[in-house]
Write a protein that binds this ligand. Structure first.
Ligand code: SAH
Length: 307
């Protein structure tokens, strides 16, 4: 049976949802630009924006699985002169960097502190002024808790042309790979992303934990493991149900992804007894119950290297 027909008949059964027009033109449309060869090479040329010498692209590498990168990110890896990458970028992705391009690491090394943010921005500006095509590769999405805004700000102030290539954030990809829809009409119409860590490494003082506790049905937290016990206590103090589910997704989207489940009232003990690995995303909310039926990332699927 034709795939399009079966998809269309399925969608028409969903809550009166109707496709406005049948997607019968899709196979022909595909033939037009790509012919018989839909490979990346055929996507190149005029289809992609030019990566100009002397410019910086801030590119999201996605949450981990290489296949979750965008085509624009792939194009950037294939056309750059130098890649400045972070610790959370999967090294498998770096195999796709154009031969001859340089790789520079901008994360923590051997227990030494990470380079200071102004130093990284300065380096990006310096490389661009040498006339190179500079790819700043960051985990997830560059504008979500990745200091991409700070780097872009300094690059803009220096008058260097730049482009932002969004990526799948860990708080989106990690939920998808653990069978948790970020929103679901039966459980939540809102979702809040927050960080459990401020620039000085403390629990962020300018988050109104009392308001967060009651205002948002689902909280997705980045960099939250260190202060999670204190955060959970604040949420309960602010009126959140102590029995509410806390889900921790470690190494999201990678074959060694690990999902742990506890509750707000038990999380402090759980952290001590289980020490969930990092990096990890923490989800607070009943939306996690969808895992019971939507947990699709099974052992056999984890054998794929790309996604
Ligand atoms: N810009 C990134 C976030 C950088 S902050 C993004 O959009 O995803 C770093 C935090 O992201 C980590 O402390 C962790 O909370 C989360 N994170 C990044 N990669 C992750 C992964 N593969 N699994 C779980 N959490 C991850």
């Amino acid at each position: 049976m034709c795939l399009y027909n079966s998809m269309t008949s399925l969608s028409t059964t969903l809550d009166g949802f109707q496709l406005k027009s049948q997607p019968t033109n899709l196979p022909d449309a595909r033939k037009e630009p790509f012919g018989e060869d839909p490979g990346f090479a055929r996507l190149d040329g005029e289809a992609f924006p030019e990566f100009r010498p002397g410019s910086v692209w801030l590119v999201g590498a996605g949450p981990g699985a290489p296949g979750l990168m965008t085509l624009l990110a792939f194009h950037a890896l294939q056309s750059c002169d130098v890649v400045v990458y972070d610790a959370l970028v999967n090294s498998d992705i770096l195999r796709w960097v154009r031969k001859g391009a340089d790789l520079e690491y901008a994360g923590k090394r051997g227990g030494k502190p990470s380079p200071r943010q102004p130093d990284i921005s300065f380096r990006l500006i310096e490389l661009a002024r040498q006339g190179r095509r500079v790819l700043r590769l960051k985990g997830g999405d560059p504008f979500i808790f990745g200091r991409g805004g700070e780097e872009a700000g300094q690059i803009a102030e220096a008058g260097i042309p730049f482009r932002i290539v969004p990526g799948i954030s860990a708080g989106i990809g990690g939920l998808a790979y653990s069978g948790i829809p970020a929103t679901h009409r039966d459980t939540n119409h809102a979702v809040t992303f927050l960080t459990g860590h401020d620039a000085s490494g403390h629990m962020p003082a300018n988050v109104d934990w009392g308001a967060i506790a009651t205002a948002t049905p689902v909280i997705v937290m980045y960099m939250a493991i260190k202060h999670l016990a204190a955060i959970a206590a604040e949420l309960v103090k602010g009126g959140r149900d102590p029995r509410q589910c806390v889900t921790i997704v470690s190494h999201a989207t990678l074959p060694h992804q690990m999902v742990s489940e506890t509750t707000l009232e038990d999380v402090a003990d759980f952290l001590v007894s289980h020490e969930p690995p990092t990096p990890a995303i923490v989800i607070v909310g009943n939306v996690s119950n969808w895992r019971r039926i939507l947990d699709w990332y099974s052992a056999s699927l984890r054998e794929n290297r790309i996604g």
